[in-house]
Design a binder for this molecule. Sequence first.
Ligand SMILES: NC(=O)C1=CN([C@@H]2O[C@H](COP(=O)(O)OP(=O)(O)OC[C@H]3O[C@@H](n4cnc5c(N)ncnc54)[C@H](O)[C@@H]3O)[C@@H](O)[C@H]2O)C=CC1
Ligand SMILES: O=c1[nH]c(=O)c2[nH+]cn([C@@H]3O[C@H](COP(=O)(O)O)[C@@H](O)[C@H]3O)c2[nH]1
Ligand SMILES: [K+]
Length: 505
Amino acid sequence: MAYYYDEPSRTFNEYLLVPGHTPATCIPASVSLKTPLVKYRKGQEECPLTLNIPMVSAIMAAVSDDNMAVALATEGGLSFIYGNQTIEQEAAMVARVKNYKAGFVESDANLSPEMTLNQVVELKEATGHSTMPVTDDGSAHGKLLGVVTERDYRLSRMTGEEKVAEFMTPLEKLVTASADTSLKEANDIIWDHKLNSLPLVDAEGKLTYMVFRKDYDNHKSNPNEMLDGHKRYMVGAGINSRDYAERVPALVEAGADVLCIDSSEGYSDWQKMTIEWVREHYGDSVKIGAGNVVDGEGFRFLAEAGADFVKIGIGGGSICITRETKGIGRGQATATIEVAKARDEYFKETGIYVPICSDGGIVYDHHISLALAMGADFVMLGRYFARFDESPSAKVMVNGTYMKEYWGEGSARARNWGRYDLGGKKSLSFEEGVDSYVPYAGPLKDSIAVTLLKIKSTMCNCGALTIPEFQDKAKLTVISSTSIVEGGAHDVLLKDKAPYASNMR
Ligand SMILES: NC(=O)C1=CN([C@@H]2O[C@H](COP(=O)(O)OP(=O)(O)OC[C@H]3O[C@@H](n4cnc5c(N)ncnc54)[C@H](O)[C@@H]3O)[C@@H](O)[C@H]2O)C=CC1
Ligand SMILES: O=c1[nH]c(=O)c2[nH+]cn([C@@H]3O[C@H](COP(=O)(O)O)[C@@H](O)[C@H]3O)c2[nH]1
Ligand SMILES: [K+]
């Protein structure tokens, strides 16, 4: 006979946090949102990979490319580059994130010594940049010969035909630094010598990067940046349970910091085989998450298979129609609560703490707080990140409002080439996702700051300064449908009823 659960499965909207005592020391500015990303022996060792904020971006073509990865790592989170592309394309995206050097600028306004002052002025107008390195071949990485800035010429006293070589500040009068100089060291040199910019040159005298005074200031204002041991941005990558023998080596080679098997349903031998293959070839050096699961049984299966973290959620995503097409899934709150319980039991038995990620169905910022309170170590979001400038999808005007396109990985639009039906036929036999618009929300940095402040503020209401403390102290209550109505604005006439206001809270 089939098994029946005693309780209906519930969503985040059916829960509220009940405040606890807030000590005077508990203020948002003192809250830490650090959280483990991969498994470790809690209490005995440090987690080898920790997120600075509990948010990762979804493994989706409309969400996580290299651009998003840099923007989110800057804020302390992590992107998982989408796997629904060729191995070469995905590895190239990972490599671009790893090679991105905040504060190290590849110059786009370069001169050769034979160019004229008139050409300098033209280039300045075209690029908007007034600091121009002079290299032997006029390229961004040629042999450095000098630099031209506005202080090197006086238009009113010159004809415009003068050669760059005649008025540039020559190399011997420049302060330069070696190519392996760190951003901090470069900044110190800039301050010590009262410079506006510093060219970095390699052993052969070739220009590698320029460091500008103003960029370091930007960099310093991002204290949460997710950086690896070489000060490169950290990035994750999605894989599937089919071509891992080719895809994983390419992603590892490209520098991916962590992998995640991307599937609607992870309680399967396919995922176990994928993890085993990674362990056989890389031991524990390659970190790999798995999922998705929605109950304790699924969690245990993947934890025992060796997953570094386990992702929760079937059919709860904003673009998901899996529950409608296949009739599988579970309310996201119930799934999170039950998997968190299994995670804690597994930890008690084995001493190994396997972080869990609640994936999909986060609509309001406070849903993140609820997921964390219920035991999630971090959350994965698609719709949330798709709205920002940094997402890969197009920004379009729809009925007078800016929108971004957002589509599911199981939608016809995604034409997920990795998806085969169970019979092994190479075709997408049915859709499990939709193609949609989400309201455009500007730069990621602005919105995420507000989101994080709300989470910290809620944690303070519950008297918690860290996520583990929050999980320990949180008191959660199921709310009735009438109290959900009571919780919104009610019995008043709203003055500014913007059409999508309810989506933006
Ligand atoms: N979280 C969610 O609720 C959902 C997410 N999605 C997203 O859509 C995309 C595609 O997901 P899925 O269709 O679940 O992809 P999938 O590749 O994991 O599964 C497709 C089918 O192939 C089977 N399969 C997997 N590996 C196999 C192997 N090595 N040999 C033979 N059969 C194998 C699976 O059991 C399943 O029936 C992913 O990006 C996923 O995140 C789609 C639906 C729901
Ligand atoms: O049923 C589905 N059909 C799809 O086509 C699809 N694409 C993505 N996903 C899952 O949704 C998550 C993102 O959800 P949100 O937009 O709610 O943040 C993602 O992280 C995925 O877990 C899908 N689910
Ligand atoms: K299964």
